[in-house]
Design a protein around this ligand. Structure first.
Ligand SMILES: [Cu+2]
Length: 168
């Protein structure tokens, strides 16, 4: 009976270790897809949403698509595009993000990104949070998103700042 009682905590410990140990390499493979350096910006208390970014390279010969993303840190997690509408940057959820064969798709500030909606706690610099990505062909992979400050290009008002989040 001891084994039965212990197993859940060992499994949990292994799960937690999986999110903290591979920080040095910080890239992931699922099938022919390589996911490089997932990261997110720190958020301030009360901030409802935050963006996550990474590069996804498809080294295979078949097109794939990112269909959805999930994370326990947020009430919901969406894949967004960002486009200029006049002088205002607008984000919208997209049903799928194509990852064509032989190409690299970059999720970056001002472009495609994963959006944590309804953050359960602020994202703190130095932490890593789990994010599960579901691809049409390659399947699911859970990556550790590093929360870190990075130099950002200047952005117009209404973009991915600490407050604005536009849905249209
Ligand atoms: Cu967004």
């Amino acid at each position: 009976m001891n084994l039965n009682l212990r197993f859940p905590s060992l499994a949990l410990a292994a799960l937690l270790a999986a999110f903290t140990l591979p920080a040095a390499a910080h890239d992931y493979r699922v099938g022919p897809l390589h996911i490089d350096h997932p990261w997110a910006r720190p958020t301030v208390p009360g901030q409802q949403s935050g963006g996550a970014f990474m590069k996804i390279a498809n080294r295979g010969e078949v097109d794939d698509k990112l269909l959805s993303a999930h994370s326990p840190v947020a009430a919901s997690t969406e894949v967004h595009s960002m486009t200029m509408d006049g002088h205002v940057m607008r984000m919208r959820e997209i049903p799928e993000l194509p990852v064509p064969a032989g190409q690299t798709v970059e999720l970056r500030p001002g472009g495609y990104h994963v959006m944590f909606m309804g953050l359960r706690a602020p994202l703190k610099a130095g932490e890593s949070v789990p994010l599960t990505l579901r691809f049409e062909r390659a399947g699911e992979v859970t990556v550790a998103v590093k929360v870190e400050m990075r130099a950002q290009p200047a952005q117009p008002a209404g973009g991915h700042g600490t407050g604005g989040h536009h849905h249209h």
